[in-house]
Design a protein around this ligand. Structure first.
Ligand SMILES: [Mg+2]
Length: 170
């Protein structure tokens, strides 16, 4: 059974622009991300991105636009990511259990990669990223400031800080 660090994409890996990001020109990787991924990989973690990409379901951009961004991401991060799971449905058009806060993307990854939830982490910048992880017994780190966070919610400024917390608390 393997430990894994799950990560949201927009706002954790690349800059959250407040709108959909599907063009490589706008896919700005947050400073420190490649190095943090390398550090976590050295500790033996699988690295898996789980991202809602409802813009595909809404017809704003295509799956191949998204895949081009993901190829760029892999190029910029030493091909270190083990997988990227995405949910393309938009709730206005169709419901999917893949879409966070549902947990099917996590469950698929856990089965495929034989992941031990109890030794794994989810790093996200919205409450909806953390809900499915908590449900499955995966520890969570919130990126940003969460005024009403409970005392037991770990919070970090960015993925670099989150990686330090993970290494300290493993
Ligand atoms: Mg996000």
């Amino acid at each position: 059974m393997n430990p894994c660090v799950f990560m949201d994409r927009d706002g954790v890996i690349n800059v959250e622009r407040g709108t959909y990001t599907w063009e490589v020109e706008n896919f700005e990787i947050i400073p420190g991300v490649p190095e943090s991924l390398r550090k976590l990989k050295k500790q033996g973690y699988l690295l898996i991105v789980v991202t809602n990409q409802a813009g595909v379901g809404r017809g704003l951009y295509t799956k191949s636009d998204m895949e081009e961004c993901h190829r760029y991401l892999s190029d910029q991060t030493f091909d270190i990511l083990d997988d990227i799971y995405y949910a393309t449905s938009h709730p206005d058009h169709s419901n999917s259990l893949l879409r966070k806060p549902d947990s099917l993307m996590f469950e698929k990854a856990i089965a495929r990669y034989r992941i031990d939830p109890g030794r794994s982490w989810m790093v996200g910048d919205t409450e909806g990223d953390l809900v499915p992880a908590k449900k499955l017994g995966i520890r969570t780190i919130y990126i940003g400031s969460m005024p009403d966070a409970g005392d037991d919610q770990l919070i970090a400024a960015d993925l670099s800080q989150a990686a330090e917390l993970i290494i300290k608390n493993q």
